[in-house]
Design a protein around this ligand. Structure first.
Ligand code: NDP
Ligand code: MG
Length: 382
């Protein structure tokens, strides 16, 4: 029985993970779950799965919640430190990192150091601290299984050859809701328009990232560290159907891809079942119905945020932490109507250029830089 700590159980990835657990109850058991503030939704999850531990990472929720909404067998804990404690707890075999943003970093890092299987949806962990997290996993023997659909596809495709035989990996991008919009239309985009993603139903932060293509920028950086690639081995192609989840091209010119309808339950299940493959909970491909697969190069003029991903992947060091923090704050300011759509890329670039670059930052230095970049982005005016 695989005991799971699901951090971020109330979110979009959390909800899909619960579906996978529901479908494979003989193999999977929820040992612990977390939410930040949504205690009612967490209580409903606990009523169904009776985990040993439930965490509300926002400590202030302790004073508000109704204890009787949770099963008596579930121990309630509060505060961000409780996430790290749960991630390293002995009975936990797999930590599903489904928190949004750099708030998910500390618990992912602890899981990697403790030798757990880390099913990693929280790409920000690798964007901010890829080299540290990968080194910790190597040392402890922790297995890092990507949940991001593109990286799950690459992980699977890489099994066709040796690492030294890889020529390049190509991440697919749906192109987001503004794929066919002009620069002028994109410039005037409202939060409502940006939140309307064509193929994926996700949390608000990643949905805005998908509209700017910052999500793909973060994924380029994620791939750089996760698969130990050079920045110039990573490319992006726009594929509006979101069926081919990525490609790996080997030195001999063979290109291996992974295909499936867009549904996060497949990559989540793959990360939990690995090295096995279990019966699908997500819908399967239907080759009896005609379908078309289109590919085109991304337009860096209309989507300049993507360029930041290639630059940060090349530069490494502290630049991922700064880009990520600036982007998190810029996205929330855009959602509040304080910044325009293209301001997101503009402020990220400026904060990145201004920061005191360090080629090999420690964890503490990354946390300090994250804090600095957030403060600068809050004050930034266009
Ligand atoms: P959601 O916004 O839907 O969910 C976020 C989860 O994190 C919720 O459980 C939320 O709790 C919790 N949370 C929010 N803020 C904090 C905090 N400060 N500290 C601790 N927990 C917090 O996000 P998604 O599920 O869409 O995304 C989660 C991660 O997975 C992101 O890193 C994203 O990039 C990645 N990802 C998501 C995909 C998707 O399809 N959604 C696809 C690929 C990657 P509460 O409900 O209480 O606020
Ligand atoms: Mg993705």
């Amino acid at each position: 029985m695989n005991q799971i700590a699901l951090l971020g159980a109330t979110g979009s990835i959390g909800t899909s993970t619960l579906d996978v657990v529901r479908a494979h109850r003989e193999q999977l058991q929820l040992y612990g779950v977390s939410a930040h503030r949504d205690w009612q939704k967490l209580a409903t999850i606990c009523q169904e799965f009776t985990p040993n531990v439930a965490i509300l990472s926002d400590e202030s929720v302790a004073a508000k919640l109704d204890r009787s909404a949770f099963p008596a067998e579930t121990e309630l804990r509060f505060g961000a430190d409780a996430l790290c404690d749960l991630a390293v707890e002995k009975p936990v075999h797999t930590v599903v990192a489904a928190i949004v943003g750099a708030a998910g970093l500390a618990s992912s890092y602890e899981a990697a150091k403790a030798g757990k299987r880390l099913a990693i949806a929280n790409k920000e962990t690798l964007v901010v601290a890829g080299p540290l997290v990968m080194a910790a996993a190597r040392e402890s023997g922790a297995e890092l299984l990507p949940v991001d659909s593109e990286h799950s596809a690459i992980y699977q495709a890489l099994k066709s050859g040796e690492h030294r035989e890889v020529a390049q990996v190509v991440l697919t991008s749906s192109g987001g809701p503004f794929r066919q919009k002009s620069a002028a239309e994109i410039k005037a985009a409202t939060p409502e328009e940006a939140l309307n993603h064509p193929t994926w139903d996700m949390g608000p932060k990643i949905t805005i990232d998908s509209a700017t293509l910052m999500n793909k920028a973060l994924e380029v950086i994620e791939a750089r560290w996760l698969f130990d690639l050079q920045a110039d081995q990573i490319d992006v192609v726009v594929h509006p159907q979101s069926i081919v989840h990525s490609f790996v091209e080997f030195q001999d010119g063979s290109v291996i891809a992974q295909l499936s309808p867009p549904d996060m339950r497949l990559p989540i299940q793959y990360a939990l079942a690995y090295p096995e493959r279990w019966t699908a909970v997500a819908p399967r491909m239907d080759f009896k119905t005609a379908c078309q697969l289109d590919f085109s190069p991304p337009d860096l003029e209309r989507f300049p945020a993507l360029q930041l991903g290639f630059e940060v992947a090349r530069r490494g060091g502290s630049s991922g932490a700064v880009l990520n923090a600036a982007n998190e704050v810029a996205v929330s300011r855009f959602l509040r109507g304080e910044l325009s759509f293209y301001d997101i890329e503009k402020v990220c670039r400026q904060i990145l250029d201004q920061h005191d670059f360090s080629p090999t930052p420690t964890f503490e230095e990354l946390v300090a830089l994250d804090d600095w970049a957030r403060k600068e982005t809050i004050l930034w005016k266009s």
